[in-house]
Design a protein around this ligand. Sequence first.
Ligand code: F3S
Length: 418
Amino acid sequence: MRLTPDEEALLAGEGGEGTRRAMQIVVTLGRIYDAERVLPVESVQVAGVSYRNVGEAGLAFLREWATQGARVTVPATLNPAGMDMHDWRRMGISPEFARLQEETVRAYTDMGVSATCTCTPYLVGNVPSFGAHLAWSESSAVCYANSVLGARTNREGGPGALAAAICGRTAAYGLHLDAGRVPTHRVRVRCAARTPDDYGALGYWVGRWVGGGVPYIEGLDLPPVGATTPLAASGDEADAGDALKLLGAALASSGAVALYHIHGVTPEARALPDLCPSDLPVMDVHDLGPARAALNSDAGVIDLVVLGCPHASLAELRRIADGVRGRRLRSAFWVTTSRPVREAAEREGLVAAVEEAGGLVIADSCVVIAPMSELPYRTVATNSAKMATYALGHAGLRARFGSLEQCLEAAASGRWRL
Ligand code: F3S
């Protein structure tokens, strides 16, 4: 691997032990993946924040790195934590878990990482520019950054992303290179995909087929996307952004997709009309029913309804608040989002509408990485294919997947109706 004199100096420890260690990690990853050089990154998004996942060993690793003087040199944000960092008691989190979670976040902030605790950094100001090189780790955010915004990031592990934030560089391989961004599979959607949960079901189905490939999807009726999907966005742009957020999250959870292209919609597919090779394996999707069936267990009684995976946008919170206003919910009802979106929703009276109905608008956190085994929920309903996949596969929950309207009905009645 070719390094500049400045990079060689960092690797030799001239920037201090914390930076030397970061550079060592980036260079080692580059050697593993045959990178020829490292690249400066515009921003970093770090996963591995919930104490449930990090554990004592991970916390000790972070503390040690911080005491070695490691400090981030580019804007860096955090993925969700295992609890709402302000209102953890409302989730039923134990004081002991809360203490350890706070220490974990503090270890990151000691190194200069911003405690945003969200999987949608692009909704709260961290909006990468087209072609920018990043080192992001949350799979759904990686998929969004690459596909919808046209930025370039591999799906980094937590330590790799933090190392990139500290030395400001990442290894040039995979999706940083043009060759890594060429479609590997062609998907022709032959059925209607209208609602956000349709996009989730489609993503789940396609992700199972393409694994870690790059699907080129045709047949979706969406406006062109790109540029920004800011906090205040509304109308068609926000609706398309929300649908693609759910599509990418699902592609990344049933498969390992980090980039997709949509004909006529996503920025690279628009910029390069001949982007898709003609000789790719083809999948025709005629029906989303099999995907929906695979995402559903037989749970009848619903303990908990979870919306906001990935973290809810303001437009989604408006729809959710409209759906529960004036109702009395029977099952627990959580909407997860980022803190800035929660604050904006509070100013519009949306949080009050959800909470007067008996629900919670939870910032900073996510059900998949919260200590759910300590909480009294065994069945969950959601409109997110990613949440349903992880609830069924990892969190030990039985899941129901459907539309926002079905989830609202389940919350009101406490039961899932087909
Ligand atoms: Fe975000 Fe958790 Fe879903 S990290 S994408 S809310 S599984």
